[in-house]
Design a binder for this molecule. Structure first.
Ligand code: PMP
Ligand code: GLN
Length: 388
């Protein structure tokens, strides 16, 4: 057998579900409702900003970020914010990794809400931390609820942080004021940091409440976001962390050894699109676009055995697949070849002990062209026969 060079830190990992199901989709020529990336072009003003940045400055950016991007972020997030409160990151992905590296000592616990974005437990364990899981429960009306007693039970004297993603991938849940306030109260009681992952902040069909704006939250919250979802440029990998100076300076100590500085032309382009978006009404258009795409996919699933739950935000919807009787991995493995559609099995977003909760769920992405969504719906109507 070939020798493995993988450290203990990484040897438990396997290929991510996003890589796997995009590979299966491509091999089968299937419509990819799996990995969340738009299959359509970003708006022209976004492409133009990148073209313009190609003729600008091309050397290392300062450590906190390009001044013009920090200015654009302060304009968006709060004029009182300076470089002390902001760190440009390589997407929210690096913001998450750097946060965990910066905050955790071995054995520190981090509360994760299930289903989780798959990077969270990996980031926690690579930093020597221990995840503590709290599952969301789907309600009869299709929404997802957070049990506040279970949340409290996950906090211990070892809790260093909680990662909270709103709007939430993969459920589409937008956390309520009461839920956010309960998280803040527990974080205060246990002196924990809140990592607010708000990459879908502009894709919310009910009001999105930024975690850091809840009473008491700011001094203990790092908010992460990026341009990827908002501007349909997931390949740019330009993100940011915003928070109080002591938290951002800790994060920066880790960040400086990860990328050192983030791609200068892409920061330049990100600054330009952020400046243009606010004035042009772009964010409202984006929200309306995704509301329509969500409704299109949900309507296209009528008559299929997949019963969509409620998506209040993000560009994902979960659906109940119990009518098919297969478990989520078996279903998603066979789907591209048998039906010509790819999707993600949500057990990838649950801890080992809670994977059975995902057995009859499937995650579908609606950040795809209208034609792809309608055609996928047609194909999924034949699902029961394909698996009979
Ligand atoms: N958090 C969540 C919840 C996500 O869905 C994603 C998208 N992949 C990320 C973080 C990573 O964002 P980025 O592409 O900006 O690194
Ligand atoms: N966030 C995207 C999703 O949830 C994928 C990101 C990735 O490929 N790592 O589908």
């Amino acid at each position: 057998m070939a020798r493995s060079y993988a450290s203990q830190r990484v040897s438990g990992f396997s290929e991510t579900v996003f890589a796997k199901y995009t590979r299966l989709a491509q091999a089968a020529g299937a419509i990819n409702l799996g990995q969340g990336f738009p299959d359509f072009d970003p708006p022209e003003f976004v492409r133009a900003a990148l073209r313009e940045a190609a003729s600008g400055y091309q050397q290392y950016a300062p450590l906190p970020g390009l001044p013009v991007l920090l200015e654009a972020l302060a304009h968006k997030l709060g004029p009182e914010l300076s470089a002390d409160h902001l760190q440009v990151t390589v997407g929210a992905t690096e913001g998450l990794f750097a946060s965990m590296q910066a905050l955790l000592d071995p054995g520190d616990e981090v509360v994760l809400i299930e289903p989780f974005y798959d990077a969270y437990p990996a980031d926690v364990t690579m930093a020597g931390g221990v995840p503590r899981y709290v599952p969301l429960t789907p309600l009869a009306d299709g929404r997802w609820s957070l049990d506040l007693d279970e949340l409290r039970a996950a906090f211990t004297p070892l809790t260093k942080a909680i990662i909270l993603n709103t709007p939430h991938n993969p459920t589409g849940k937008v956390f309520t004021a009461a839920e956010l306030d309960a998280v803040v109260a527990l974080a205060e009681e246990f002196d924990a940091v809140i990592i607010a992952d708000e990459v879908y902040e502009h894709i919310a069909f009910v009001p999105h409440l930024p975690v850091a704006s809840r009473p008491g939250a700011w001094p203990r919250t790092i908010t992460l976001s990026s341009v990827g979802k908002t501007f349909s440029v997931t390949g740019w990998k330009i993100g940011w962390a915003v928070g109080p100076q002591p938290l951002i300076s800790a994060l920066r100590l880790a960040h400086q050894w990860i990328p050192f500085a983030v791609a200068t032309p892409l920061q330049q382009a990100a600054a330009s699109i952020l400046q243009q978006a606010e004035a042009s009404g772009y964010y409202a258009e984006l929200m309306a676009l995704y509301r329509r795409k969500r409704d299109l996919l949900v309507a296209a699933l009528a008559g299929s055995p997949l019963k969509p739950l409620t998506s209040e935000g993000s560009y994902f919807v979960m659906a109940d697949s119990s009518a098919l009787g297969l478990d989520d991995v078996a279903l998603c493995d066979a789907l591209p070849g048998r039906v010509g559609v790819a999707a993600i099995p949500p057990s990838a977003f649950y801890s080992e002990a809670h994977k059975p909760l995902a057995k009859h769920l499937i995650r579908l992405a609606f950040c795809k062209s209208d034609e792809a969504l309608c055609q996928a719906g047609e194909r999924l109507k034949g699902l029961a026969e394909a698996f009979a």
